[in-house]
Each structure stands twice: as C-alpha cells, then as structure tokens.
Design a protein around this ligand. Structure first.
Ligand code: E4P
Length: 226
C-alpha cells in the first residue's frame, strides 16, 4: 500500500515527506480553501507541492469546470504545471468524456467522488489512471464506505486496466475520505493500492500506547545502566 497525503498544507506536506513514506499528494477545492488559498495562486501552489514531493510523487489537482471541453482545458493547463500533476475530475458524464480526451493525450486523471462499482468501471474504461472511492462520506449517509471500497478493489482486479499504455502504468484505487487509522488497516487488508490520508490520521497511524510505554521503560532502564 502506498500513502498519499490528503492536504494542500505546505508545512504538513514537508513534514510528511521527511518521514520517508510519502508517495503522493491529493488536494481538492475544500482543502485549498482551508489553507487560505486564492484562485490566482492555485497553479503556483500546486507547483510548489510538486517541487517538495519530487517528480516521482503524483499530485492531484482538481478541475471545477462542468463541461467536457472546459474540464479538458483545465486539465491541460494543470498538467502543464509539472510532469507529476494528476488531473482530478469528478465521476459524472462530462467528467468521463473529459477523462477520455485527456487520457488519449497522455495526461493522467484521478476520477474522484466515486461511490459505486458501476461508477468505478466507467471511470476505468474512460482511461482514468486512478479511481478515488470515498469512505467517510459514504459512512456519513449510513452506507458502508469500507465495503464499497472493497467491492471496487475486487471489481477492478477482475480486469486488466492499463490506461497508460505508453508508460505501462496500471489503474490504481485510491481509498479516499479516510477518517481513522482503522480505515487504513481495513483498506490495507483488502488490498487497496493507495490510501490518501489527512495529516491528523497519518500522525495517529504512527502511534501506539505500548510503543510509547516501551520507549519510556527502555529509557528508564538505560539510566540504570549508565
Ligand atoms: C481526496 O482525494 C478526497 O478529496 C478527500 O479524501 C475527501 O475527504 P473528505 O470526505 O474527508 O472531505
């Protein structure tokens, strides 16, 4: 399983990158507005994130356009920021059409706001490089977010989706809208390719009270040795 950080916060990205396990970043309009971002600075902000994480880490930047041509235009502009930019597009008819246009031009797409297997299958066939099923938001409406990601992971694994025949890259499922370390456990057990996690969840993933207690007792005993 790879870990992406689900944030537009530069200091969180710098800190997480220093931990050595960061494989990518996902942003969305809400996350960008949360760090006080302004439209005029959006592209330079994405460029800064791309610089921090380096060329091997994909950085998802979302289009907010509503028609296929506008989304594709947005996508081309975003993809021109850096080679590791992935264009994030909502799973809807115009989004599917734009995904096909961009995929045919060799631009990677992350189809987001995906909630069902049929949506995921359509996104995969339209040429998405990544599909992002949301857990927390599905749970919020009393559905089973984890089961839904498990179903999508299984359905995708039934077929050979290689959207990027030039680079030979396979479609990957990004478990998104993750709210807890337990969500990460369940996604790892089902074989989700990637978990995109908020920084708060990433910090919780490192911690265990027995680890803290063990460090504490080792330190105390080492004092006796001195
Ligand atoms: C990531 O790609 C998604 O935009 C993000 O995980 C959504 O998370 P939320 O449902 O907690 O806003």
């Amino acid at each position: 399983m790879k870990f992406f950080l689900d944030t537009a916060d530069i200091s969180e990205i710098e800190e997480a990158a220093s931990w050595g396990a960061l494989a990518g970043v996902t942003t969305n309009p809400t996350l960008y507005s949360r760090v006080g971002g302004k439209l005029a600075d959006f592209e330079s902000h994405i460029g800064r994130i791309c610089q921090i994480v380096g060329p091997d880490c994909p950085v998802s930047a979302e289009s907010v356009a509503m028609t296929r041509d506008e989304i594709a235009e947005d996508g081309r502009r975003l993809a021109a920021i850096a080679p590791n930019v992935v264009v994030k597009i909502p799973t809807m008819v115009e989004g599917l059409a734009a995904t096909r246009m961009l995929a045919d031009e060799g631009i990677r797409v992350n189809m987001t706001l995906c909630f069902t297997v049929p949506q995921a299958m359509l996104a995969a066939r339209a040429g998405a490089r990544y599909i992002s099923p949301f857990i927390g938001r599905f749970d919020d409406i009393s559905e089973d977010g984890i089961q839904q990601v498990a179903d999508i992971v299984e359905a995708v694994s039934n077929y050979d989706f290689t959207p990027d025949t030039v680079r030979g890259e396979q479609l990957e499922v990004i478990a998104a809208s993750i709210r807890s370390a337990d969500h990460v456990t369940k996604c790892a057990l089902m074989g989700a390719d990637i978990a995109t996690v908020p920084f708060g969840v990433l910090k919780k993933m490192v911690k265990h009270p027995l680890t803290d207690a063990g460090i504490d007792s080792f330190m105390k005993d080492w004092e006796k040795v001195k």
